[in-house]
Design a protein around this ligand. Structure first.
Ligand SMILES: [Cu+2]
Length: 190
């Protein structure tokens, strides 16, 4: 257990450093401004996919994992559930199946306490944290998750850019940190 927790903390720490390396100064005012813009984006979209987690701030922060919530699922419980089930229920997108009329827009809003991504992939796969890939049974990263830019990381309270798919069909979205967090967005035929 101790090995797992250290590995996850280290991986996410490395991830945070990588994610910030391209941005000049990721100070909290900048992040706050971006979140405000992002929330406005979510408000004006026709549909919103909510990003949920239940991280317990104190025990996650102790492992080097950023979490803005004050209580919830303790880090040890998170790892135990992931080991037992390959997923952690409170970490999910809602809805998991979104139906759009042609021309409608949508965005994803982070209502949790951790950073997440809402990344379109051709096929569901693993993300960028090897230990979470392993414990969730997604050993091979989705290629799209290996080509993320700093803007793809959605902080608590932030949202993805509003998107209006221009073709009927189904798109797949996943979190590139917690690869069991998945959603399908289907645009009906006009
Ligand atoms: Cu996530």
């Amino acid at each position: 257990m101790q090995k797992f927790t250290l590995a996850v903390g280290g991986a996410l720490l490395a991830l945070a450093q990588t994610a910030c390396s391209d941005t000049p100064t990721p100070t909290s005012p900048t992040r706050g401004a971006r979140s405000a813009v992002a929330r406005a984006d979510a408000r004006t979209s026709d549909h919103v996919v909510s990003i949920h987690d239940a991280c317990d701030g104190p025990t996650f922060m102790a492992q080097g994992v950023d979490c803005s919530r004050t209580s919830g699922v303790m880090f040890s419980q998170f790892i135990a559930e992931l080991q037992a089930r390959g997923s952690v229920g409170a970490w999910h997108f809602a809805p998991t199946n979104l139906m759009l009329q042609p021309g409608q827009s949508f965005s994803a809003l982070n209502r949790g306490g951790e950073v997440h991504t809402f990344t379109e992939v051709a096929h569901f796969g693993g993300g960028i944290v090897p230990i979470l890939n392993q414990l969730s049974g997604n050993p091979t990263p989705a290629p799209e998750c290996l080509a993320l830019s700093p803007d793809d990381f959605i902080p608590p309270g932030g949202s993805s850019d509003s998107d209006t798919p221009d073709e009927a069909g189904t798109e797949l979205y996943q979190c590139c940190i917690h690869p069991w967090m998945r959603a399908m967005v289907t645009v009906k035929k006009g």
